[in-house]
Ligand binder design. Structure first.
Ligand SMILES: *Cc1c(COP(=O)(O)O)cnc(C)c1O
Length: 404
């Protein structure tokens, strides 16, 4: 076993060796600009890009002409939301999203608010799911776009995307989903599900960082976007700039592998994830699962370990690379807005750890991780006066602390 053990696959994934191999020729031997129409160098690069476009389209059930390459899902989300908002502002200036989206969606919406758009941020239930009926109720004649995340990156919860997409179809409102975490984990069929825009990124599916895509529906309806990067008219005019050929080739290969491996990988990884959770539950008390117990990503486990500070827990198990429920923003240690959004109190949110499993996670690693987590939580709780009081049956909520 190699240490530290990587259990943060929702943050990023390593490039798969097959992906790396596919990319290497495109840095030097085959270095052409895919937009060079006059010679062999350009043609070879272009045909490699077109193959990747097909591979990516296939993973999500789209046509290759509907794939726009970007620098990653942050850009894809920006382009989808701000691009639609600007393009359709004559029709209306209202958008609907949820309170637990990725920051790339939330911050784009906040910037639109400053420009005079109205955004509804719908709350989610205790599991992190948005109610399609709430989406319906929030719609007004001015609504031009609904954007909801497919699988949440912190808690792994899956949204009822099919239902929301159908509802938007019915109401003639465009529908976008951030499918970064869902891609390669759950089947995606943009065409039959009625999705109009969808964001994905290579580095969450064992491809390289800095390359992503936006699916933009071409018919029923034909979606139009206002671009914000101008110059050259690449990617149907929606995203100018010389294409990152090696990155795109790797993205294509990663998509092909994701599709090929999805079903067997899901079974294997889910089994390891469940072992970890079952082990934690059977050996520790006062542990709480965050997110939906079933409707969740197969590779995500998010747990609150009451009476143990998440940051201390991570410090105590440096052999594991995991992530905590507190976002270390500048000076303050704020609990995650996603956990807050599903109603987890600040106390418990600060005790949360996200375990992200992936393609290269082994049984041995999970056995080690389980033992390490249990041992560290027990050790920290032994030092915790609050945990001791809890053990003695004292209701901590009824205790009034002396102020200093
Ligand atoms: C990682 C992530 C993004 C951002 O993608 P980048 O390619 O890193 O910009 C957006 N949404 C979700 C859900 C993510 O997990």
């Amino acid at each position: 076993m190699k240490f530290p053990i990587y259990l943060d696959y929702q943050a990023t994934t390593p490039v798969d060796p097959e992906v790396l191999k596919s990319m290497l020729p495109y840095f030097s031997d085959v270095f052409g600009n895919a937009a060079s129409r006059n010679h062999e160098f350009g043609w070879t690069a272009e045909s490699a890009v077109e193959l990747a476009r097909k591979q990516i389209a296939k993973l999500i059930g789209a046509s290759e002409r509907e794939i726009i390459f970007t620098s990653g899902a942050t850009e894809s989300n920006n382009l989808a939301i701000a691009g639609v908002a600007e393009m359709y502002q004559e029709k209306g200036k209202h958008l609907i999203t949820t309170s637990i989206e990725h920051k790339a969606v939330l911050d784009t919406c906040h910037s639109l608010e400053k420009k005079g758009f109205e955004i509804t941020f719908l709350p989610v239930n205790h599991y992190g799911q948005v109610d399609p009926e709430a989406v319906r109720r929030a719609m007004t004649p001015q609504t031009v776009l609904v954007s909801t995340i497919w699988a949440n990156n912190e808690i792994g919860t899956l949204n009822p995307i099919h239902e929301i997409a159908q509802l938007c179809k019915e109401k003639n409102v465009l529908f976008h989903t951030d499918a970064v975490q869902a891609a390669g984990k759950v089947p995606i069929q943009v065409e039959s599900m009625g999705i109009d825009l969808l964001s994905i990124t290579a580095h969450k599916i064992y491809g390289p960082k800095g390359v992503g895509a936006l699916y933009v529906r071409r018919k029923n309806p034909r979606v139009r976007l206002s671009p914000f990067i101008h110059g050259g008219g690449h990617e149907r005019g929606m995203r100018s700039g010389t294409l990152n050929v090696p990155g795109i080739v790797g993205f294509g290969k990663a998509a092909e592998l994701a599709q090929k491996l999805m079903s067997e990988e899901t079974v294997r990884i889910k089994k390891l994830r469940d072992q970890l959770w079952n082990g934690i539950q059977s050996q520790l008390d006062e542990v709480y699962l965050n997110g939906h117990p079933i409707e969740r990503l197969p590779n995500n486990l998010n747990v609150s370990f009451a009476y143990v500070e998440g940051e201390s827990l991570m410090m105590g198990m440096k052999e594991l690379a995991v992530s905590s429920g507190s976002a270390c923003t500048s000076a303050s240690l704020e609990p995650s807005y996603v956990l807050k959004g599903i109603g987890v109190g600040d106390d418990l949110a600060h005790t949360s750890i996200r375990f992200g499993l992936g393609r290269f996670t082994t049984q041995e690693e999970i056995d080690f991780a389980l033992q390490k987590v249990v041992e560290t939580v027990k050790k920290l709780r032994d030092l915790s006066p609050l945990y001791e009081m809890h053990k003695e049956g004292i209701d901590l909520k009824s205790v009034s602390w002396a102020a200093h």
